[in-house]
Design a protein around this ligand. Structure first.
Ligand SMILES: [Zn+2]
Length: 635
């Protein structure tokens, strides 16, 4: 089974899972289908899930089918897809959850896997040992051992069916991490995280998120991860941000039976609703009173459909947020649903360094709403780079201008030998960095004139106002020098151009006449960098790429590909992860990279789409989107 990552934000991603019954785009929620109940009047059929709601994958329970003579016979004879009338992918569970709810289950671990294969399940699940949060460490360890043994035995009989191997480990984060490592080593292609429903039922979100952080450390990023039993819309955005790709929901129908109505943030009883705060087809055609007073069965039918619409809406919202790089914003909104959820959300900010490894560099925008917004990895990364990479271009004397306004009006007139700083949400910020990501993309009502960065200056003069105007070339050199430090590293501008004074003579920034934004950079008359103006980042040319290769040892700035792939990349084709033999570990998704062969010959220029860790772990998809190959250029 192939799985690739298409778009990323935080630790979350939009993925494409190729099954024998079509492609499933993730994140996705799989509605739980109870084969005993779909024939009831008003029940949602699998066909309706596919046609009307657009679900491309569902999950059903093979244990329930096995235990019913009638269903078992039908499933063996006609196959699961025909029996349920569902053309998409079907995953089956094995009875583990039943063992948690009803005590022991009466089934053989190998028999249930074989049965799932025989009825044509796309993804079958081993019979793992459910570990509750109450389990002792000893019990949890024992359960892991048994589960791992069963996984090994099951692998032999799974055939062409993809085998899901759930992670247990109870509340012991180190056991969770080890389980993830073990299951990864086993080569599992689909990994659910199990045993978490009791945590969610008692709002123990912080413990859940802690577990997911540890799971993420042990897992490969190359397989889809499923959070078992998490189908409530309020939790989904967080779980996605923590790297979960798939979910399942039985609650849409279970809750409907109890007269419970989903909203994005909570569950309400229809008994107390005077309004239906939703525009789905159900809520557009009825009102709260009608819903309250209608017969139980009819109400259940409508409520379960409404609940599914809400789930779909949240999934779409999550995907759009990932595409825009605004998932954090969404979490800040959703976190307010419950104090315990908020407390758990804060953990993502506390663990920002874990997230930062996988988080793309560039986002469409950065809203700072509250103090908590400053915990997001892209903000923290900017502060870190400012402290580690940035050295004042304009010398050790700072001039802090308190007056806010357009940063390009201060072009050095009367203070050429100082570095101009302006208050910003990041603290005092060199004015020329407002053209650099993320400083120019940050939207905030707060700015500070105190901050760590002041330690970089030997003296600081504070003034209310400063003369406007000056020399663009003076400004350009600072913008370029500072921007390159932030993007490529503190030692890079000097290695490329010697000193700021020399750069003043040799380097030219070409700006748009209309917007005065940077367009490109020339060095001694040659094209050196392109400028992505909306981001404030530089793109490499062959000229600058060769300069970097000459001055910096491998693997810095490089993605090294195998001999087999080299000719294709040289022609301008994208780099696939499995052909990468080495990569600069400091790179992040979104970075400019030079694709080279084993002898350090440049092959192509492009943009890295994955983190170095993912490049090592993903089996399909694109690692580097190539802009230009050496051969494509000569052609
Ligand atoms: Zn509705």
């Amino acid at each position: 089974m192939e799985f690739e990552s298409v778009e990323k934000d935080l630790m979350g991603r939009i993925g494409r899972l190729k099954t024998r019954h079509g492609v499933v785009e993730t994140p996705a929620v799989l509605p739980v289908v109870n084969p005993n109940l779909i024939t009831e009047e008003g029940a949602i059929t699998p066909r309706e899930l596919y046609d009307r709601f657009g679900f491309r994958m569902i999950i059903t329970n093979s244990y329930i089918i096995l235990k019913s003579e009638n269903l078992k016979e039908k499933a063996l004879e006609r196959g699961l897809h025909s029996m349920l009338d569902f053309p998409g992918a079907i995953m089956t569970d094995s009875g583990t959850f039943q063992s948690y709810v009803y005590g022991d289950v009466d089934v053989d671990p190998e028999r249930i896997v074989e049965f799932q294969r025989l009825i044509g399940s796309d993804i079958g699940t081993i019979l793992d040992v459910f570990t509750t949060p109450k389990a002792t460490r000893g019990e949890a360890e024992e359960a892991l051992k048994t589960t791992l043994k069963r996984a090994k035995d099951s692998k032999k009989i799974a055939g062409e069916m993809t085998l899901a191997v759930p992670l247990q480990g109870g509340i012991y984060t180190d056991l969770r991490e080890r389980a993830a490592l073990d299951v990864t080593a086993l080569g599992a292609e689909y990994i659910p995280v199990g045993g978490v429903v009791p945590l969610m039922e008692s709002y123990r979100y912080r413990e859940l998120f802690e577990i997911l952080f540890h799971v993420q450390r042990g897992l490969t990023r190359g397989v889809p991860v499923h959070l078992f039993g998490a189908g409530h819309p309020s939790v989904i955005p967080f779980a996605v941000a923590l790297g979960m790709d798939l979910f399942d929901s039985a609650s849409y129908v279970k809750y409907a039976r109890d007269g419970r109505y989903f909203t994005e943030y909570s569950t309400r009883s229809v008994e107390v609703l005077e309004e239906l705060p939703c525009n789905c087809p159900v809520c557009s055609n009825t009102d709260a009173r009608e819903l309250r007073e209608m017969p139980q069965k009819e109400r259940e039918a409508l409520l379960s459909r409404h609940n599914l619409y809400v789930i779909q809406r949240v999934i779409k919202e999550v995907k759009q947020a990932i595409r825009e790089g605004t998932l954090w914003e969404m979490l800040e909104r959703y976190g307010r649903a419950h104090p315990k959820l908020w407390k758990a959300f804060l953990l993502i900010g506390e663990r920002w360094e874990d997230v930062e490894q996988l988080d793309p560099l560039y986002k469409k925008r950065l809203f700072l709403i509250s103090k908590v917004s400053r915990g997001q990895p892209v903000f923290r990364r900017a502060i870190k780079r400012l402290m580690e990479r940035y050295q004042p271009v304009g010398g050790p004397e700072g001039l802090l201008i308190k007056e806010s306004g357009s940063f390009t009006k201060y072009l050095g007139k009367g203070y050429e030998d100082k570095e101009i700083l302006l208050p910003s949400p990041y603290g005092p910020l060199p004015a020329h960095l407002f053209e650099v990501f993320p400083f120019g993309q940050t939207v905030s009502e707060d700015s500070f004139d105190e901050g760590e960065i002041l330690s970089k200056y030997s003296s600081l003069e504070r003034v209310e106002k400063a003369p406007e105007g000056g020399d663009w070339q003076w400004w350009n050199m600072r913008f370029l020098w500072g921007g390159v430090q932030m993007q490529f590293g503190g030692d890079v501008p000097e290695a490329l151009w010697g000193s700021p004074e020399e750069a003043m003579k040799d380097v030219k920034v070409v700006r748009s006449k209309k917007t005065s934004r940077g367009r490109s950079v020339q060095y001694r008359g040659k094209h050196y960098f392109g400028v992505r103006a909306s981001e404030g980042t530089f793109t490499l040319s062959w000229f600058s790429a060769r300069a970097l290769l000459n001055r910096f040892e491998p693997p810095r700035f490089r993605v090294v590909v195998s001999e087999e792939a080299a000719p294709y990349n040289a022609e301008g084709r994208s780099v696939f992860p499995r052909f990468v033999v080495d990569i600069d570990p400091e790179l992040r998704p979104g970075d400019e990279v030079i694709v080279v062969d084993k002898d350090d010959n440049p092959l192509a220029l492009g943009r890295l789409l994955l983190s170095p860790r993912e490049v090592g772990e993903m089996k399909s998809g694109v690692a580097v989107k190539v802009r230009e190959g050496v051969k494509s250029r000569e052609r």
